[in-house]
Design a protein around this ligand. Structure first.
Ligand code: IPD
Ligand code: CA
Ligand code: CA
Ligand code: CA
Length: 266
């Protein structure tokens, strides 16, 4: 597997931030934590990891823009390239000692994501993809699962946390999905949920109320692993709507239909 120079920059940044996260994960009870809103936490570990990624990426490409979850956006002098970074996706898991979290880095060129890295330092799993080059888990090529019937599928989702407005709508979607599939999972990291679909571990995934940095890295993994994704309405505006439905060509379509199924009249 040959990586481009740019992908190597992204991988090195993710590994370096991952080391910092792994250190902080070992001493999680000593971290300063602040609250951004109801059910929404950020810790020193998030800030440290973002600083590392930001410095590494800007050192390598000083003219690119940078949008990260925990710092002010940098508008690059090169208007066609932008990094999209979630330094710690799965903060709630992290703070509870649950080893399901990741660094997610994506590169956008002219508004299209062309490379992505998702790294879980707790399991040493590094997911990478570049446009046209396939998707990889460490050095192994990955592909989405082949199942065609929803009834055989394990589907991941995200549950809106306290303070988000769409609990009622989510419960309707969940009821519809539960009625069709073999199992539903909620793992707590959108970036890893997408990476797991790319690796064929989950057959599909949907979530709403996300941000571009949560999903940009994972979306290119899906595409390069032979999968499909859309926003919750079946369109292509995942990054701007912060909604995503992913799977292979059959399951992705079927999930969009099931999620949008009207509520039967009582
Ligand atoms: C969160 C995770 C989670 C998703 C939330 C996100 P964070 O990101 O991706 O799985 O359900 O909506 O905000 O805050 O841990 O980076
Ligand atoms: Ca967050
Ligand atoms: Ca996130
Ligand atoms: Ca985050």
């Amino acid at each position: 597997m040959a990586r481009s120079a740019l992908l190597n920059v992204m991988v090195q940044a993710a590994l370096k931030a991952g080391k910092s996260l792994a250190r902080d994960f070992g001493e999680v009870q000593n971290l300063q934590v602040s609250v951004k809103g109801p059910g929404d936490f950020v810790s020193q570990a998030d800030f440290r990891a973002e600083k590392i990624v930001r410095e590494e990426l800007l050192k390598a490409r000083p003219t690119y823009g940078f949008l990260g979850e925990e710092s002010e956006e940098i508008i690059g002098t090169d208007g066609s390239h932008r990094w999209l970074v979630d330094p710690l996706d799965g903060t709630t898991n992290f703070l509870h000692g649950i080893p399901q979290f990741a660094v997610s880095i994506a590169l956008e060129r002219n508004g299209e994501v062309v490379a992505g890295v998702v790294f879980n330092p707790a399991t040493d799993e590094l997911f990478t993809a570049e446009r046209g080059g396939g998707a990889f888990l460490n050095d192994r090529r990955i592909r989405v699962a082949a199942r065609k019937a929803l009834s055989d599928c394990v589907i991941a989702c995200g549950i809106p946390h306290l303070g988000k407005s769409n609990h009622g709508k989510f419960l309707v979607e969940l009821r519809h999905v539960m009625g069709e599939v073999s199992g539903v999972r909620r793992m707590g990291s959108a970036a890893l949920d997408l990476a797991y679909v790319a690796a064929g571990r989950f057959d599909g995934y949907w979530e709403t109320h996300l941000n571009a940095w949560d999903i940009a890295g994972g979306l290119i993994l899906i595409r390069e692993a032979g999968g499909f994704s859309s926003d919750v309405d079946g369109g292509t505006e995942m990054l701007s709507t912060g909604t995503v439905v992913a799977g292979n060509e059959y399951i992705q379509k079927a999930l969009v239909e099931v999620i949008n199924r009207p509520v039967p009249k009582a």
